[in-house]
Design a protein around this ligand. Structure first.
Ligand SMILES: Nc1ncnc2c1ncn2[C@@H]1O[C@H](COP(=O)(O)OP(=O)(O)OP(=O)(O)O)[C@@H](O)[C@H]1O
Length: 222
C-alpha cells in the first residue's frame, strides 16, 4: 500500500506559459527514502511544497493514505502538516536567543497548552542522538552543522510519519553535511518515517532508496 499517490499533478504560476510542475503519476511506499534532484528552477521546491500542503496544486491530487491534500483548505492542510510532517530547511529556521532544547520544543509549545513531559524527554533524547551535549546552549553560538542537527531533532520530536528536507546539507561543509545526511536517513529509518529530500549533494542522494530527477517540472529518468 503506497503512502503517497500523486495523480495528474500540475502547478502553474502567473507569467509562465507552461506549468512549473506536471507529474502524471507518482507513488511512494511508506518508509521509503527518496531524493529529488534536478537543476535550479526544475521544480524541486514546488514539488515539496505541494507534497507537504504548503501550497495548493493548480490541478490533480496529492493523497497521503486516505487524505487528499488538494481537497483541503489552507488551515486543514496546516493541521495535517503539523500532525504528520517534520520539515528541515536549508537555513535551519531556528529562533535566535533560544537554547537548543527550547528551539526543539517551540513548535510543540505553540501547538498545545501544556507540554507533556514525554515530549521534553524525547527532545532531550533526540538532541543527544544528534550529538548535542549542551542542550541549554543558545543556538546563536552553535556551529552551522550543530544548528542543522538541532533542526533535525526539532523535525523529528513529534514522531512524524513523513520527513521532508529541502537542501538540508547545502550550506554545510562536507563533514557537517555527511553527519546531517547520516542522521536524517538513520532517524527516519529508526522510526519508519518516509523521507523525501531535495538535494544536489551526490553523497546524500546516493544513499537514498530512490532518485526522482526533475527537468523543467517533469520527472525524467536519473
Ligand atoms: N511563487 C512563484 N511565482 C512564480 N513562479 C514561481 C513561483 N515559485 C516558483 N516559480 C517558478 O517555478 C519554477 C520552479 O521553481 P522551484 O523553486 O520549484 O525550482 P527548484 O528546482 O527548487 O530550484 P532551486 O534548485 O534553484 O531551488 C521556476 O521557474 C520558478 O521561477
Amino acid at each position: 500500500m503506497p503512502a503517497l499517490r500523486v495523480s495528474e499533478l500540475t502547478m502553474r504560476f502567473a507569467g509562465l506559459d507552461r506549468p512549473a510542475l506536471a507529474i502524471p503519476a507518482l507513488t511512494l511506499d511508506a518508509g521509503s527514502q527518496v531524493a529529488i534532484t534536478g537543476p535550479s528552477g526544475s521544480g524541486k521546491t514546488t514539488l515539496l511544497n505541494l507534497l507537504t500542503g504548503l501550497e495548493r496544486a493548480s490541478g490533480g491530487s496529492v493523497c497521503w493514505s486516505a487524505t487528499d491534500l488538494t481537497a483541503l483548505g489552507e488551515s486543514a492542510r496546516d493541521r495535517w502538516r503539523a500532525a504528520h510532517v517534520g520539515l528541515v530547511m536549508q537555513d535551519f529556521h531556528l529562533l535566535p536567543g533560544l537554547s537548543a532544547i527550547d528551539n526543539v520544543l517551540l513548535p510543540q509549545r505553540l501547538a498545545r497548552l501544556r507540554l507533556p513531559q514525554a515530549t521534553r524527554t524525547e527532545a532531550e533524547r533526540l538532541l543527544r542522538r544528534v550529538g548535542l551535549e549542551r542542550i541549554e546552549q543558545t543556538v546563536d553560538t552553535l556551529s552551522r552543522g550543530q544548528m542543522q542537527r538541532v533542526a533535525v531533532a526539532r523535525a523529528l520530536v513529534a514522531g512524524p510519519g513523513i520527513v521532508v528536507a529541502d537542501e538540508p546539507t547545502a550550506s554545510l561543509d562536507a563533514d557537517a553535511g555527511a553527519a546531517v545526511a547520516d542522521l536524517l536517513s538513520g532517524l527516519a529509518r529508526d522510526t519508519g518515517a518516509t523521507l523525501i529530500v531535495a538535494s544536489h549533494d551526490p553523497l546524500f542522494v546516493g544513499r537514498l532508496d530512490r532518485v526522482l530527477r526533475l527537468e523543467a517540472g517533469r520527472i525524467v529518468q536519473p
